[in-house]
Design a binder for this molecule. Structure first.
Ligand SMILES: [Zn+2]
Ligand SMILES: [Zn+2]
Length: 246
């Protein structure tokens, strides 16, 4: 399986990074984990075809994580001329939030036909199988108008876990345990806030998290300026366009 980072930025464009989106090509399917507003642009930069995407797994309903869906829909209708179904999974209410956003940006865009576009909602800790990929959602702490989730994926015999955006919750130890790759948001460096993680908290919990590899992403301005202090024996630091083979 190959994971490509389309975007690893925060909501504020720190460091010029694109909004969050990870592209995964596995034997069973090709999918996105989150689809921030700049995702289609990022895919074009990297030569990744939007029509290859089978599923988009959304962690939570903030624009830097699901705001790219309206452009994916536009591409499907007018550029890629998609005919294969596209499935989007996310928190309860995702379809209504998507329709509101897409209709505000491109009126009439959500009524177009030509391919099946469906939404599947998460149930807390209920494994969901879509296109040969199993995802288990764990509710975390990050106000976004709908329950926010950390996601644990079982793909090709490997485990990829993602915090989404969240303040520290002990649930993350269950999410990350034994994961072949744990993708952790790391918005702050040493300032602890209730709705985002910081490097010092992640590192203090490193043993309890117990992942095989940890990738830090979603870094804010201050965190980026402190990236030189990160323990490289423990962490990989994300950048747009980075690929990881698992
Ligand atoms: Zn975010
Ligand atoms: Zn967020």
């Amino acid at each position: 399986m190959r994971l490509t980072i389309i975007g690893c930025g925060d909501a504020f464009g720190a460091g010029g990074s694109l909004h969050t989106s990870f592209h995964v090509r596995s034997s069973a399917s090709t999918f996105l984990i989150d689809c921030g507003a700049s995702t289609l642009i990022g895919m074009r930069r990297l030569g990744l075809r939007p029509s290859d995407i089978d599923t988009v797994f959304v962690s939570h309903l903030h624009g830097d994580h699901f705001g790219g869906l309206p452009w994916l829909l536009l591409d499907a209708q007018f550029a890629s001329k998609r005919t294969r179904p596209l499935i989007v999974t996310g928190p309860k209410g995702i379809e209504a939030r998507f329709v509101k956003a897409a209709e505000a940006l491109y009126p009439g865009s959500t009524t177009a036909e030509g391919f099946k576009f469906t939404f599947v909602e998460y149930e807390e800790r209920m494994p969901l199988e879509v296109g040969g990929v199993t995802v288990t959602p764990f509710e975390v702490k990050h106000p976004s108008g709908a329950p926010p989730y950390a996601l644990r994926f079982a793909i090709d015999g490997k485990v990829v876990a993602f915090t989404g955006d969240t303040g520290w919750v002990d649930t993350l130890n269950e999410v990350a345990r034994g994961a072949d790759l744990f993708i952790s948001e790391c918005f702050q460096y040493d300032v602890t806030i209730p709705i985002h993680l910081d490097y010092k908290t992640i590192d203090a919990n490193y043993e309890k998290l117990g992942a095989k590899r940890t990738l830090l992403t979603h870094m804010g301005k201050v965190m980026l300026s402190k990236a030189g202090n990160v323990d490289k024996s423990r962490y990989l630091i994300a950048h747009d366009g980075m690929t990881l083979d698992l």
